[in-house]
Write a protein that binds this ligand. Structure first.
Ligand code: NAP
Ligand code: ZN
Ligand code: ZN
Length: 347
């Protein structure tokens, strides 16, 4: 077994503390990755807080993993020791169902095996990237181009692909008006990606505090959702709204900002149900949709695209010992714009 140093949560809504556990020895098609950096996604916090149900303990969160291949199994063909690689939100899937066959493993009919708080096919509990190494089948590993530094590549594995996938699916591009609701880890990647695809981008945030940052990152417009005039001015404006808010929102009010045939895609997953009045959809033939990360092939495409266009997240790097404080700051929307853990601090 491979001795692994990590930080874990041991009880409901608990803090993270040092934890040592064993990862499996690499099988034929496995790679062992020495984790250099791991981004902190708000989904880590939802899971720890029990927003989506009681997690299994000990819980090692983290699904924005960037590192270097340290060891390969006998039958690994795509990766060599020393190469820069990443792992996102899932580490396996059934491979046979229709979504898997289409490269949409995140929608696996049997349920993708998520990177933490999930059960592997062999019954083991998955443990995430707040750790010094991970063992994973090579088919679920993403190659990180040389031009991307590992710390900045890490958040692309969740925040990056979660925005890239719906922007491509709903054809954001020249002539399309896109709004990004919530300007945090996901939101700021949404602005950079939507702008690079040629769309006109508006940020809808709780206040005007982040306006200068958003405009610098490529947003065309910035509005506060706390100002009632925003809703008068932007009524029936957008072709696509990407909701990246981690808390509940006023769904009917946000839907009123969609133009004819517009779509509100929720990416954020608040613990509350979604209350929508039918008229908010009927008026303007509007759609309400959701989107979950992206498949392996599309994640690789996004990674290569970001390398080619030099699109990277704005990060604040912290040692593992500061992870609990980082969680508190994320919950206060005080993150500019993604915390990334330097896993070397796990010594
Ligand atoms: P984050 O960095 O904390 O950003 C969330 C943003 O939402 C905040 O910066 C804030 O933006 C806004 N916000 C927070 N609380 C709010 C409130 N009470 N009312 C209104 N706005 C509020 O989080 P993240 O990592 O980007 O994740 C965002 C959400 O997406 C989470 O629910 C996460 O679980 C989910 N997620 C989904 C997927 C997927 O595949 N669909 C993937 C990753 C994450 P402003 O300050 O600009 O208002
Ligand atoms: Zn995530
Ligand atoms: Zn499947």
């Amino acid at each position: 077994m491979l001795k692994t140093k990590a930080y874990a949560v041991f009880q409901p809504k608990g803090m993270l503390f040092p934890y040592t556990f064993n990862r499996r020895e690499p099988r034929d098609k496995d790679v062992v990755i020495h984790i250099h950096y791991c981004g902190i996604c708000h989904s880590d916090i939802h899971t720890v807080q029990g927003d989506w149900g009681e997690p299994q303990y000990p819980l090692v969160p983290g699904h924005e993993i960037a590192g270097v291949v340290a060891q390969v199994g006998n039958k690994v063909t795509h990766f060599k020791v020393g190469e820069k690689v990443g792992v996102g939100c899932f580490v396996d899937s059934c491979r046979n169902c229709a979504p898997c066959q289409k490269g949409l493993e995140q929608y696996c009919a049997a349920g993708a095996v998520f990177t933490y708080n999930c059960t592997e096919k062999d019954g083991a509990l998955t443990q995430g990237g707040y750790s010094d190494k991970i063992v994973i089948n090579e088919d679920y590993v993403i190659r990180i181009p040389d031009s991307l530094p590992l710390d900045k590549a890490a958040p692309l594995l969740c925040a990056g692909i979660t925005l890239y996938s719906p922007l491509k699916h709903w054809k954001a591009g020249p002539g399309k008006k896109v709004a990004v609701l919530g300007f945090g880890g996901l939101g700021h990647m949404g602005v950079k990606l939507a702008r690079s695809l040629g769309a006109e981008v508006t940020v809808l945030s709780q206040s005007l505090k982040k306006e200068a940052d958003a405009l610098r990152m490529g947003a065309n417009y910035f509005y506060s959702t706390a100002d009632p005039k925003t809703f008068e001015k932007l009524f029936c404006s957008f072709d696509l709204i990407l909701n990246t808010v981690s808390a509940n929102i006023d769904w009917n009010k946000i839907l009123s900002l969609l133009a004819l045939d517009g779509t509100l895609v929720t990416l954020g997953v608040p613990k509350e149900m979604v209350p929508v009045h039918a008229f908010a959809l009927l008026m303007g033939r509007r759609s309400l949709a959701g989107s979950l990360i992206g498949g392996i092939q599309e994640t690789q495409e996004m990674m290569n695209y970001c390398a080619e266009k030099s699109i990277t997240p704005e990060i604040e790097t912290i040692p593992m010992q500061q992870v609990n404080t980082a969680y508190e700051r994320i919950l206060k929307s005080d993150v500019r714009y993604r915390f990334v853990i330097d896993n070397a601090s796990l010594q």
